[in-house]
Design a protein around this ligand. Structure first.
Ligand SMILES: [Zn+2]
Length: 419
């Protein structure tokens, strides 16, 4: 009896043990079978592959992808909270993205791609920050984790020749030139070409620029403008991109002169500024007001040079400015020089002048409190501060740079049949 009872108890124990074990083994199997089953819930597979080893259990939830644009004055955190998530979660996401990219550089207009569950949870935030770079934050079992995705890009040099019918913009549109490339060419020619007067229907524009393509040969952006040439009625203007041995990139003419011809900031040699641009007391005029130019203290008779190429529009007497000269330059710039002792011979309205040409001699005429040259720069007729004009100084290539530039230029001409 003792033994029998013991045996029954023993078998009971064994059975319970087996049932428990079976339950324990069976349960997790059922769970994992559920998850890995290729069911109609295809989102689970997608989430699984997105996260690698980290499986986010969405239960019966599904997700959707959407794309938003960052509005002016809106932070990424604002945008994320606008989808209904907490400020804390928005902070965690931006903090994670901030480990890869400086979030202060994210600007209005930035595309923000979101993956959200139908319950509003965010699973993924990705920011295409440039044509070849995307930063993505993903929700994982370790919290928000960000990675960077780079696209391989191949620059393909492309030549486009187009005839101007109405405007440069129309020419760009008609011939498929990216607007950014045409804008760059216009910027380069603006020192040399007056777009209102010089360009005529039938003029030719030649551009050599890079198309940036991905490995599938799809063009995703425009790269560098390598060469821009324009055949006008009476002359040809050219700009070649060249990276100097010191690493600086500029555009040059065949002669090695930079195409950027700044207006001279100082039209007289060896001068010191005696009065700057801005609001001040002007005792000579008996009132406080805007000093519309810059005064250079120089001895009477000092030659004054014209600040840039242009056409004389005024040369004569003015009761406040004394003997003065005004010159019209390309692209809505005018310069004015006042209180001359005399105007240089041959300087009269309609005469074309070259940068650095002497147009007069400083003096103390008109309403002037002492010998000086008063210099004004006007943009669209309004005085601007000459000392803050955003023109980089011109540059000329020399020795090794000039030799290398010439070799590179000839290679491009031969390869792309540019002339
Ligand atoms: Zn002045």
């Amino acid at each position: 009896m003792q033994l029998q009872r013991f045996t029954i108890r023993y078998y009971l124990l064994i059975s319970v043990f087996i049932i428990l074990t079976a339950t324990l083994i069976y349960s997790p199997l059922r769970v994992s079978a559920d998850v890995s089953q290729p069911s109609s819930d295809s989102f689970k597979t997608a989430v699984f592959s997105e996260l690698g080893t980290d499986l986010v259990d969405l239960g019966s939830d599904t997700y959707k992808d959407s794309s938003l644009n960052l509005a002016r004055g809106e932070s990424l955190s604002d945008l994320l909270q606008g989808t209904g998530i907490s400020s804390l979660e928005a902070f965690d996401i931006t903090d994670s993205l901030g480990s890869i990219i400086d979030m202060r550089r994210i600007q209005a207009g930035q595309i923000v791609n979101l993956r959200q569950t139908s319950g509003g949870r965010i699973l993924k935030v990705s920011l295409p920050v440039s044509f070849d770079r995307t930063i993505t934050a993903r929700w994982t079992s370790q919290g928000w984790q960000s990675t960077e995705q780079l696209t391989d890009i191949y620059p393909i040099p492309t030549v486009v020749t187009t005839r101007i019918e109405s405007s440069l913009f129309q020419a760009a549109k008609d011939s498929g030139i990216p607007l950014s490339i045409m804008m760059e060419a216009i910027g380069l020619f603006s020192f040399e070409v007056d777009f209102q007067r010089d360009i005529q229907p039938g003029n030719i524009v030649n551009l050599l620029y890079e198309k940036l393509q991905n490995k599938d040969g799809e063009t995703i952006a425009a790269g560098e403008l390598l060469y821009a040439g324009m055949e006008l009625d009476n002359r040809k203007v050219e700009a070649w991109r060249y990276e100097r041995l010191d690493g600086t990139v500029e555009y040059y003419e065949e002669s090695g002169d930079s195409v950027r011809k700044a207006l001279l900031k100082t039209p007289v040699d060896g001068a010191r500024i005696s009065s700057g641009f801005g609001y001040r007391n002007i005792p000579a005029l008996g009132f406080s007001g805007l000093h519309r130019g810059i005064d250079f203290a120089v001895r009477i008779g000092t030659p004054v040079m014209v600040a840039g190429d242009g056409e004389v529009i005024i040369a004569g007497w003015h009761k406040l400015y004394g003997y003065r000269v005004m010159v019209r330059h390309a692209n809505h710039y005018d310069t004015m020089y006042a209180h001359f002792s005399r105007i240089a011979s041959g300087i009269r309205p309609g005469v074309k002048v070259k940068q650095g040409e002497v147009i007069g001699y400083s003096g103390n005429t008109g309403n002037s409190t002492g010998p000086h040259c008063h210099y004004e720069v006007h943009y669209y007729g309004e005085p601007v501060n000459p000392s803050t004009l955003k023109f980089p100084p011109g540059h000329k290539l020399e020795s090794d740079d000039m030799n290398l530039f010439t070799l590179e230029r000839r290679a491009l001409i031969a390869e792309f049949n540019l002339q």
